[in-house]
Design a protein around this ligand. Structure first.
Ligand code: ATP
Ligand code: MG
Length: 158
């Protein structure tokens, strides 16, 4: 059982330097919340979404991070005021090595594919909404306990 609120708070701390460069304001709306999952996977998920929200943001931008329990699920949302993702690209960003073509930005294009694999491993869902020039939000819902997940989950691999 992982304290997700604590994990998200620690991740915000760890990534705060990236945000400082562009003077990005991070707002956290976190209520206490835990999940039965493998901690390194959850760390990876949280880091990747928050990192993207900071990197693909604008000068003086904002990031809103929301965490709460929603019935038997965890609700986690990362919303930014960044460059946005063209609608035609939205279905492709979860593919391995896929990057929307921006000049002078580097990355491997793996982050979101890892995030999606982790979410699917735990029988959760991930949704993305975006508007060019206005921002992007990623919303994740994941069952809190194993019993709420489908049986075959344990045989899946990342
Ligand atoms: P890394 O493997 O280092 O994370 P990456 O950030 O390029 O590299 P992903 O995190 O998988 O890879 O993201 C894929 C692409 O989706 C990015 O290259 C970027 O073009 C786009 N993207 C991801 N998150 C956002 C966001 N919050 N706002 C705008 N574009 C984004
Ligand atoms: Mg990334």
């Amino acid at each position: 059982e992982i304290d997700l609120k604590e994990l998200v708070e620690q991740t915000i701390q760890r990534l705060s330097l990236i945000g400082k460069e562009k003077n990005i304001h991070i707002r956290a709306h976190l209520s206490s919340c835990s999940i039965y999952a493998y901690k390194p996977y959850m760390e990876e998920l949280v880091i990747n979404l928050i990192k993207n929200a900071l990197i693909y943001n604008r000068e003086n931008g904002e990031v809103d991070i929301t965490l709460h329990q929603e019935g038997r699920q965890v609700y986690f949302e990362v919303k930014d005021t960044g460059i946005g993702i063209p609608e035609a690209e939205l279905s492709k960003i979860f593919k391995r090595f896929y990057r929307v073509d921006h000049q002078n930005r580097t990355g491997t294009g793996l982050g979101l594919s890892i995030v999606k694999n982790i979410v699917q491993y735990y029988q959760g869902t991930i949704d993305v909404r975006s508007q060019i020039g206005a921002g992007t939000s990623f919303t994740i819902r994941m069952p809190i306990v194993e019993g709420e997940r489908k049986q075959y989950a344990q045989y899946d691999t990342l």
